[in-house]
Design a protein around this ligand. Structure first.
Ligand code: IPM
Ligand code: MN
Length: 349
């Protein structure tokens, strides 16, 4: 019996999470997976009401579940940073979810803005380091609001942090057919931090002789992702670059409505979420495509070891997308969030 914490949070989060749970229920029923869900009403509204972002007791409970399923974080009436840092990043850091796994996979029947590229060309996965780098929150300010003000924001890389991420990426590459791993960095400018990444990549790579190693500077990576996405199999990169290139990745795989992710602690509690945000202006309108959140539920089942159940969710997503019944996956598709969820749930086999 798995215990799954559900954190719908802000904006359209609750709507897409409801559809993910609908599909999860269908798949779990079919494959005899037993679970219970524990709902937490944390997020922007609760913060506005009570001033609490992530109470210590909630964090403690979350550290004891089998998995966390999250909607989206960000509220128009809460200053930027409070919920992002106090809730989402705090969970990633405190639960030591040091990998952010983001598949960039174009499913058949989904339109990509890249002319002449299809599902056989766009199928890679980004391993984003998830607990360090610019996200560590190191920095400060001086003389705020004066003409002499100073602001610093430092990137933190530890050998242990980089090594465990790079190793995870090599292990993942080993499970793939192409067996190739690209390090994406800016080592021509970030000659301390990304030099460490380079050295760790070379050292760890020597243990994985079967894996083809490649390298791209992050700016060039953005170019290749559009020009020759078929060159990528597994990409490993730092937190900030991983954040940026996976929004680009989401667009080439059909949009923010389809891109899922997993915040992974290989030895602890992992958390699954769509990579899109809370899209406040669409809250309650039943127009957001829930495919990303549904696919995240599939990733969650796979991570829990319920591989058939996870695969069944992905297969149902693939069939729904291929059926053409989901329209263009945008908010103007004419297919409601609930209709899309119903369709995927009905296709679970
Ligand atoms: C993401 C989001 C978050 C991030 C924000 C909401 C803090 O953009 O998951 O990609 O930057 O990691
Ligand atoms: Mn992002």
């Amino acid at each position: 019996m798995y215990r799954i914490a559900v954190l719908p949070c802000d904006g359209v989060g609750p709507e897409v999470v409801a559809e993910g749970l609908k599909v999860l229920e269908a798949a779990a029923d079919t494959y005899g997976v037993e679970y219970e869900t524990i709902h937490y009403d944390i997020g922007g509204d609760r913060f506005i009401e009570t001033g609490e972002v992530l109470p210590a007791s909630v964090l403690d409970e979350l550290s004891q579940v089998d998995a966390i399923y999250l909607g989206a974080v960000g509220h128009p009436d809460v200053a930027p940073g409070i919920l992002e840092k106090g809730l989402l990043l705090k969970l990633r850091f405190e639960l030591d979810q040091y990998i952010n796994l983001r598949p960039v996979k174009l499913y058949p029947g989904v339109e990509t803005p890249i002319r002449d590229k299809g599902p056989e060309d766009i199928d890679f996965i980004v391993v984003r380091e998830n607990t360090e780098g610019l996200y560590a929150g190191i920095g400060g300010e001086l003389r705020r609001g004066t003409p002499y003000e100073v602001a610093t924001q430092e990137a933190v890389y530890t050998r242990r942090g980089v090594e465990r991420c790079v190793r995870y990426a090599f292990e993942l590459a080993q499970t793939r057919t192409e067996k190739s791993l690209t390090l994406v960095d800016k080592s021509n400018v970030l000659t301390y931090g990304h030099d460490l990444w380079q050295r760790v990549f070379a050292e760890v790579g020597d243990e994985y002789s079967q894996i083809e190693r490649d390298h791209a500077y992050v700016d060039a990576c953005c170019m290749w992702m559009v020009k020759n996405p078929e060159w990528f199999d597994v990409i490993v990169t730092c937190n900030m670059f991983g954040d940026i290139i996976t929004d680009l990745g989401a667009m080439i795989q059909g949009g923010m409505g389809v891109a899922a992710s997993g915040n992974i602690n290989p030895d602890g509690v992992s958390m699954f979420e769509p990579i899109h945000g809370s899209a406040p202006k669409y809250t309650g309108q039943n127009v957001i495509c829930p495919i990303a959140a549904i696919a995240a539920a599939g990733m969650m089942m796979e991570r829990l070891g319920e591989v058939e159940c996870g695969q069944a969710i992905e297969d149902a997503v693939i069939e729904a997308l291929g059926s053409g019944k989901l329209g263009d996956l945008s908010t103007k598709s004419g297919v409601s969030t609930t209709k899309a969820g119903d369709l995927v749930a009905s296709l679970v086999k």
